[in-house]
Design a protein around this ligand. Sequence first.
Ligand SMILES: *Cc1c(COP(=O)(O)O)cnc(C)c1O
Length: 376
Amino acid sequence: MQFRDLKKQYEVLKLEIDAGIQATIESSAFILGKTVEELEEKLADYTGRKHCITCASGTDALVLALKAYNIGVGDAVFVPDFTYIASASCASLVGATPIFVDIDINTFNINPTALENAIEKTLKEGKLTAKAIIPVDLFGQPANFDKINRIAKKYGLLILEDAAQGFGGNIRGKRAGSFGDISATSFFPAKPLGCYGDGGAIFSDDDEIDTRLRSLRAGGRSPEDKYNNCEIGINSRLDTMQAAVLLAKFDTFVNKEIDAVNEVARWYTDRLKEIVETPVVLDGFISSWAQYTIKLSNREQRNNMQTKLKEAGIPSMIYYPRGMHQQQAFKDMKLTDDSYPNTARAVDTVLSLPMHPYLDEATVDMICSEIRKILK
Ligand SMILES: *Cc1c(COP(=O)(O)O)cnc(C)c1O
């Protein structure tokens, strides 16, 4: 059994994907170009944003977005403590300081009350300039933007949505990738919409930011004169081959896969809700189910569950075994579990189960029976 079955997806979409890759090879144009432009238009359309700027990874998308808004040394960027490292390292990479914020234990997303407290504390200390919030759509569920937007407005902060896992989800029809001032996503193969290598994209409604990002991803070249660099940028462009793969997958992703993963999630929740803590999706929120993550009672029970499932041939993952405040890379900040009780609880109890649009009900049934058996 696969944790996320990319092979099955390839079998279903083989004709379209092979044709897209073949056409790229025959065109002998491998970076950016018409195929990438077509993809950017489709993605902008889908999210309801004016601009989509593709780049080489989700990490680069976050870094480029911060750079485009001149966030750097002396600036504070508020980040959920429980996330993938790139949500936080992007701030460090531009010279800013990430401030970690505890999560809501039910949704795993940034806790709005803790966020406001962290902002107040930073303002009171007066060492850093509070600049931006990076809400993460963790495991596919959009962050609580109803509340976060209000906080950002109150303190005049920029919102950079990390939609690397949330792409395909929405809040009352407003799609991930459209929240806040600017959004970033990833096309890493195992993400909801994945390519066959690294890839990412940034979404914006601002014409100037769009122009600046197109320059920044291409070494900082001036829009008028390719060999006159107007600022220092990086090389972070999307390969044409990856755009071809994404275009081949896109319609199926939108029309079938998002519904399919939501059905798989319902099969799991129906069978598991009485015996473990199943994922909580807020009213009006739709998840893209990058992960289906349950909570066990404690670390021992969780670890035992993973071992026993493995013995039964069922793969599972611990996303994530550490919060940002527990990362070696941030050890100099000297942060402790006391400030992050919900992260500390999550890292001990979470377990992500196999989840992808090609999982069938019989397999979900088998996985859930095994979980029930192990808990007895
Ligand atoms: C995967 C991921 C990223 C980074 O994406 P890459 O394409 O792997 O660089 C950023 N944030 C979150 C929440 C992610 O899951």
